[in-house]
Design a binder for this molecule. Structure first.
Ligand SMILES: *[C@@H]1O[C@H](CO)[C@@H](O)[C@H](O)[C@H]1NC(C)=O
Ligand SMILES: *[C@@H]1O[C@H](CO)[C@@H](O)[C@H](O)[C@H]1NC(C)=O
Ligand SMILES: *[C@@H]1O[C@H](CO)[C@@H](O)[C@H](O)[C@H]1NC(C)=O
Length: 547
């Protein structure tokens, strides 16, 4: 099992203290929540989905009478509508000029050699920050990217009741740690070891958020579970007499669960597999793209990863090129053992953007690889996912990615590549839109802003006064980073926030009203369905001509 460990975002069976969950159970859960026993908070979403399925099916069959024309039409309307969307909905990115304030003092780590005792040094890092709203140097704060709207949805289960101490404690059962912020300081009570350094870099992320926005994160207590799979089943908290669901933070969720999603550790670095902090990786990826034009890339779909972590990945391996089949896919198994010996040269993410198409497929749950794949300028062929993380709910089919069917992957991939190679401008645009989304809307500033807003909204729901937990230790950047060496020290030094933000966070967009919520779901649904219809047309034609 140990060999498989690195790329599965999951605990190794022996390393997690009996904390691993049956992954067949979670992975093969039916996608759509069963209509019965759903929490009232989410039932309107379900209802809308049903309507959309019906409406969507109707629309797409109506539109599909002539596919050859439709492909062109669809692509045109997709781009046209998205163009207007960009102007109306998408955030205005703050001008980059804001960064250049000459005399910002920088605060680096002060390691004295005494940190192993676990006491935080007294330092002169600012404890408050003001953004000077009337200061003309600072531009008006832009609206956050659209995916921030899901913060409201994730917290909706507690919107009416609030979060009681009892509810919080009920989340302890599976949590790896409790994190408290009291008076701008971070206290961590650890319950059980997490896989690798997930918990370490996650807590590091909280510390950096507080350095970015000192004095702006209210007191709170939260429970964090670092295991892959969401566990708070909505159905268990649906009835009138049901207790409120435990508020549990983790990296991903799915349609059946109410776990609160939070940015994963890899934004600050994944030291075990040598994936560096997101900010510098993002820059490498951008530079890699500039060296490598889309049209000059290999006209196939590429995937590299660990196929052993999920059945669906093993199924994908059947689509590899062979003597008998050309499914337009080039698939490789990642050998982490060998690569760790060779210094990860082969797994350098920025040099993996040499194909026009890249496949994203979930592992044991969501995979941190999604952002790296989307950042490539290649068309992401997204095998129907079952999990979401904090930003993926902002992605739209035929705009940011091309949907691939789960149960007929090879044909789906072959068609996708065929379509892209014969509509190269449109395909290239999809690749570009995705990497722009990643570069702009998922830059580190917005990752922090997401955390800022989520934690602020969360704290408003608390119906008790947050306290320093009895068994908790105060944690600060020094006690975390100073005793470490190797990649861990390197990545922490690199991702350290060196001074408070000079502008406030982006402005939180309002919650979805039912109509706009339906509109988003409907758009995803009908576009995906239409693409599936083209695919079927293509294949019935291929079948007839016998090729
Ligand atoms: C380490 O701690 C001891 C005892 O608190 C103190 O006397 C000493 O000066 C400290 N050393 C450094 C390098 O800060
Ligand atoms: C897929 O095929 C290529 C070319 O034959 C081969 O190099 C590669 O190892 C194959 N991938 C897997 C996972 O078997
Ligand atoms: C084409 O043929 C394959 C293999 O016989 C079959 O599985 C598939 O459903 C057919 N597709 C269409 C659209 O007829």
């Amino acid at each position: 099992m140990q060999q498989q460990a690195p790329m599965r975002n999951s605990p190794s069976k022996n390393g997690s203290g009996g904390h691993s969950r049956s992954f067949t159970e979670t992975i093969w859960f039916p996608y759509v929540k069963s209509g019965l026993g759903i929490s009232p908070n989410r039932s309107y979403a379900l209802f809308s989905l049903l309507i959309l399925l019906i409406v969507g099916a109707f629309i797409s069959t109506r539109l599909l009478l002539d596919t050859t024309v439709l492909i062109e039409k669809e692509a045109v309307t997709t781009t046209a509508t998205t163009k207007t969307k960009i102007q109306t909905i998408s955030p205005k990115y703050p001008p980059p000029a804001t960064v250049i304030t000459q005399n910002t003092p920088e605060f680096t780590l002060h390691c004295s050699g005494n940190e192993t005792t676990g006491t935080c040094p007294i330092n002169n890092y600012p404890t408050t920050v003001s953004f000077g709203e009337d200061d003309s140097k600072h531009p008006p704060t832009a609206t956050c990217p659209d995916y921030f709207r899901w913060i409201h949805e994730d917290l909706r289960p507690w919107a009416k009741t609030g979060i009681t101490r009892e509810a919080l404690e009920s989340a302890k059962k599976t949590a790896n740690f409790r994190l408290a912020i009291v008076g701008g300081k971070v206290y961590v009570e650890k319950f059980q070891d997490a896989f690798q350094t997930r918990d370490v870099f996650t807590i590091w992320g909280f510390l950096q958020l507080l350095r970015k926005y000192p004095g702006k994160i209210p007191d709170l207590e939260l429970m964090f579970d670092c295991v892959d799979w969401p566990v708070v089943k909505a159905a268990n908290f649906a009835g009138v007499d049901a207790p409120p669901p435990p508020p549990l933070f983790r990296y991903c969720g799915n349609e059946e669960t109410l776990d609160i999603v939070f940015p994963d550790w890899s934004f600050w670095g994944w030291s075990e597999v040598n994936i560096k902090p997101w900010e510098s990786l993002l820059k490498d990826l951008r530079e890699g793209n500039q060296r490598n034009n889309w049209i000059d890339r290999e006209p196939y779909a590429y995937w590299k990863g660990n196929p052993l972590v999920a059945e669906t990945r093993q199924d994908l391996m059947k689509c590899n090129v062979s003597e008998e089949h050309e499914w337009n896919a080039r698939l490789y198994a990642q050998d982490w053992i060998r690569e760790s010996k060779e210094g990860y040269k082969q797994s350098d993410l920025a040099s993996q953007c040499h194909h026009r198409y890249k496949i994203y497929i979930e592992g044991s749950a969501w995979s941190v690889s999604e952002k790296y794949i989307l950042a490539c300028d290649s068309v992401t062929l997204l095998v129907k996912p079952h999990y979401y993380d904090f930003f993926t709910r902002g992605l739209l089919p035929a705009h940011h990615y091309w949907p691939v069917r789960e149960h007929d992957k090879c044909r789906s991939i072959k068609f996708a590549v065929h379509w892209g190679n014969s509509h190269s401008q449109k395909a290239k645009d999809i690749g570009k839109t995705a990497s722009e989304f990643i570069q702009q809307e998922l830059k580190m500033d917005y990752v922090y802003d997401y955390m800022y807003h989520l934690l602020n909204e969360y704290s408003k729901l608390l119906r008790f006064k947050p306290e320093i937990p009895q068994n908790a230790k105060e944690i600060c950047s020094e006690t975390m980073a100073c005793p470490r060496s190797g990649n861990e020290r390197k990545f922490m030094t690199e991702s350290l926030v060196k001074h408070p933000a000079e502008t406030g966070p982006c402005a939180m967009p309002p919650p979805y009203d039912p109509a706009s919520f339906y509109a988003v779901v409907k758009r995803k649904q009908s576009t995906t369905m239409r693409i599936q219809q083209w695919e079927m047309k293509y294949w019935s034609k291929q079948n007839q001509t016998g090729s």
